[in-house]
Ligand binder design. Structure first.
Ligand code: A3P
Ligand code: MG
Ligand code: MG
Length: 396
């Protein structure tokens, strides 16, 4: 796992050739066991509302509500309904790490303590790194900078915008199905606080992906501690009130993470090919949920015409075993959670040690070119991407 300088020139989609002094990390899915993951613990949470304004509370948390009968009785729920009035968030706006960093300012002002951890980032970024040994077709770029002795990592959005192929109508619609499923499977309050009318009309309003609820957790792998924030689709039943946990017996601690659920859609499985494609997709579902400590994923199965036919619960912990024991498993190509974690551990250690800690506010670029065998690291002369209010708070 020692990083070295490699002399293999690689051409990026921008036409740049990799510099000879770039540092690189080989991507392997070597059959080795890495260090254990620390159990994630929620340190705070926050919400974006329908106007994308931030609130340091749980106002945008949704609660699961979907009955198998509702799905089957209707002969399938039409997930395309309301597509013409979809209120889609503009994802070309670069929010950097703002929501997360402002939530940390709020937390630190309340507690009077700096949030500790070596790496601070979005869960989606760690998911990319965790899945990388088995998802080699898509390139990405990340920015990383040390500040206040912590390493902050964000996606380099200009790269993503410049390289992603413009979505065609079909994939736009399929992406809408995912949000529509979230809408029809959840309520804005726990079900016992909802009126019958609220429950029955839950699919009527336009779908929007602007409001989001995010959990911020402390976790770690080996000797790298992390603070990661990610969207939580809904709670299964309720979210424990932190006040009820104060001074409680640790054995009785009602962990908020235990109540969270990840929602996904997938096409109905009708062939061996569908089954094996679904098992590949479970890598992301597992990685994404595992990193935040979300114990359950609920997959809505839909037809190619976007009709929801059924849904099924998966325990996050059991996903790697289900895939490994499946009759579609191939010893050479099937993903392995232990190996993915070993790579992530090596990758985080590499970033923490290779980016010079003393050079605060210098922005480094982490690159993965499609189908390449290395992750590379190079210094840029760009300005820090950290939120100014956060920087000011930490410098006080
Ligand atoms: P599904 O993946 O269930 O279809 P998430 O599952 O991460 O909470 O994302 C919610 C939905 O956002 C997805 O639902 C999908 O519709 C949409 N989505 C997420 N990432 C996407 C991407 N890279 N491209 C297009 N749509 C995406
Ligand atoms: Mg989500
Ligand atoms: Mg989801």
């Amino acid at each position: 796992s020692t990083p070295w300088t490699n002399g293999l020139p690689q051409v990026s989609p921008y036409g740049q050739t990799q510099q000879l002094d770039d540092l690189s990390l080989p991507i392997s899915s070597a059959r080795i066991r890495g260090p254990a993951m620390r159990q994630p613990r929620e340190v705070t949470s926050f919400s974006y509302d329908e106007s994308r304004d931030l609130h340091f509370d749980d106002s945008s948390l949704s609660y699961f509500y979907l009955l198998q009968d509702d799905v089957t009785a209707s002969g399938g729920i039409d997930l395309s309904a309301g597509y013409n009035v979809f209120n889609k968030r503009d994802d070309t706006v670069d929010e950097h790490l703002d929501g997360l960093l402002l939530a940390l300012v709020d937390l630190e002002k309340r507690t009077g303590k700096k949030t500790t951890g070596d790496i601070i980032t979005w869960r989606g970024i760690v998911t990319k790194l965790l899945c990388l040994p088995y998802s080699r077709n898509e390139g990405f770029e990340l920015n990383a900078t040390w500040f206040d002795r912590q390493l902050f990592i964000e996606e380099n959005l200009p790269y993503k915008l410049a390289t992603q192929r413009p979505p065609d109508q079909r994939s736009e619609l399929m992406s809408y199905w995912g949000y529509k499923f979230e809408q029809i499977a959840t309520m804005p309050k726990p079900w016992n606080e909802c009126s019958r009318q609220e429950i029955e009309s839950r699919g009527q309003k336009p779908v929007s992906n602007t409001a989001q609820y995010c959990s911020v957790v402390k976790t770690g792998l080996g000797d790298v501690r992390m603070v990661i924030a990610g969207e939580v689709d809904c709670a299964w039943d309720y979210k424990p009130d932190p006040k009820d946990n104060i001074d409680s017996d640790p054995k009785l601690f009602d962990n908020p993470l235990d109540h969270y659920v990840e929602l996904k859609t997938n096409r109905v499985i009708q062939s061996d090919r569908d089954a094996s494609a679904f098992e590949n997709k479970l890598l992301r579902v597992w990685a994404q949920s595992f990193l935040l400590g979300v114990p359950k994923a609920i997959i809505g199965f839909r037809t190619d015409q976007g009709y929801l036919q059924t849904f099924e619960e998966f325990e996050t912990q059991k996903i790697p075993g289900i895939v490994k024991k499946s009759k579609y498993a191939n010893p050479y190509t099937t993903w392995d959670g232990v190996d993915a974690l070993a790579f992530l551990a090596a990758c985080l250690r590499w970033l923490k040690t290779m980016i010079p800690k003393a050079e605060e506010n210098v922005v480094w670029r982490i690159r993965y070119l499609p189908r390449s065998d290395y992750l590379t690291l190079s210094k840029t002369d760009e300005h820090s991407f950290l939120n100014t209010e956060f920087v000011k708070w930490r410098n006080e």
